[in-house]
Ligand binder design. Sequence first.
Ligand SMILES: [Zn+2]
Length: 206
Amino acid sequence: MTLPPFEEVAVFHGHICPGLAFGYRAAEYAKKSLNTGRSEDEEMVTIVENDACMIDAIQYITGCTMGKGNLIFRDHGKPVYTFILRNGNKAVRIAQRPAFGMDTLFPEITEIQARVAAGTASDADQKQMQELRSAMIKKILTAPLMKYMNAKRLPRNCPSGPASSNRFPAKPVENQYLNSGHACRTVMSSAYPVSMRTPAAGKSAG
Ligand SMILES: [Zn+2]
C-alpha cells in the first residue's frame, strides 16, 4: 500500500491544516486495515459524517469521491468515517477522539483565537497561532494512530448501489447505469473507446 505524500494532498486541498492531517491519517488507517489500494471505480465506499477539510484528504487518498458516487455524506457534524469494501466483506469505522483536539493539546490557542475573532490579535499572536497549528499538524502526522482515533471493524454493511442513484430521476437510461453499482465504469464503457480510458489497454488506438 502506498500513500501520496502529505504535501501532494495539500496541493489538492489548497492549504495545509490540522483537518487535512486528520483526514490523511484516517484514510491511511482505512487502507491498511482493509488492505486495499485507491478505489479506481467504486470498489470502496466511504461514509463521512462531516464536510470539513478531512474529507478532501479522504477523497484524494481513497479514490472515494462525490463525483463517482462512492463518497456518501451524512450531515451529522461528527469526525467519524466508515470505509467499506464492496466485495471484500470488510468495513472499518474510525472516530477521532475528542481528547486529541487542538484546544486540549494546546489550550493557549483558545485565547489567541478569541483575540483573532475580536480583531485585536497582535503580530505575535498570529505568529504563535501558526506555530501551534504547525505543531498540531506534526503531532497528527507522527502520533500512533490509536492515540487519537477509535477504530472498529464492522460487519459488511454496504449500500446496494451508488448513493447518488436518484440524482437523474428524469432519465431512465442513466438510472439504469447508476443502479448497476458501477455508474462511472458502465457509462464510460458505453460512451468512449477503451483506448481513451485506459492507455495500457488501447493497443488499437492510433
Ligand atoms: Zn483545510
